[in-house]
Design a protein around this ligand. Structure first.
Ligand code: ZN
Length: 208
């Protein structure tokens, strides 16, 4: 089967700052959207990444996919997976999502984005969220998520509203992925905060 790798739009492209439009039921089931979903999956796996929203490949549509494969987690130390509450997630298509926050206490971790290639930053996210929407067949979808999955969902739903993690990151923590790997990746977040001159209390507070 041939793969379709779409061009990943980078920050500064207007489509990344638009509010994406909702899809109708017939549209979701159309060959065009089904092909787009397949191409987004190929693109996400090629990158690789754990989430991709349609605006990132140039389509201002309320459509996103997430997938966190076991193999992506093999190089990550068990302590880091546990700290992030990160477990493998099956491939999931999310259409027209509405996100609500169940637990507003924040979790603070480094986050990256395929549309801000080469950089990462600490981003506060709500600890637990609910996403209501539709799946790739137009069926009702309800996801309640915590930990890393809650972070991915907040990141992807933001994309559909024209937001990037740059809007909610702690600016002093913004860095290249190379410097992150060289200097910070093995440190607990509270140590990173202290070293970057950020209050350690930032690691836990409520967002409203
Ligand atoms: Zn992103």
């Amino acid at each position: 089967m041939t793969q379709t790798i779409l061009k990943l739009r980078q920050t500064g492209e207007p489509v990344l700052r638009e509010s994406a439009r909702a899809l109708g039921l017939d549209e979701i089931r159309s060959p065009e959207i089904q092909r787009l979903i397949g191409a987004m999956r190929d693109t996400l796996r090629d990158a690789p990444g754990v989430g991709l929203a349609a605006p990132q490949v140039g389509f201002s549509l309320q459509l996103a996919i997430i997938e966190d494969r076991t193999e992506y987690q093999q190089g990550v130390p068990a302590s880091q997976l546990a700290e992030r509450d990160r477990v493998p997630l099956p491939f999931q298509v999310i259409v027209n999502p509405k996100l609500s926050i169940i637990d507003p206490m924040t979790r603070l971790f480094f986050e990256g984005c395929l549309s801000v290639a080469g950089f990462t930053a600490l981003v506060p996210r709500a600890a637990k969220v609910r996403v209501e929407g539709l799946d790739e067949k137009g069926r009702a979808l309800l996801i309640e998520a915590e930990g890393w999955q809650a972070r991915i969902l907040q990141h992807e739903v933001d994309h559909l509203q024209g937001k990037l993690y740059l809007d909610s990151m702690l600016p002093r923590s913004f860095m290249t992925t190379a410097n992150y790997a060289r200097c910070w990746k093995d440190k607990p977040v509270c140590e990173v905060c202290a070293a970057l001159g950020l209050p350690e209390t930032l690691a836990q507070w409520a967002i409203v």
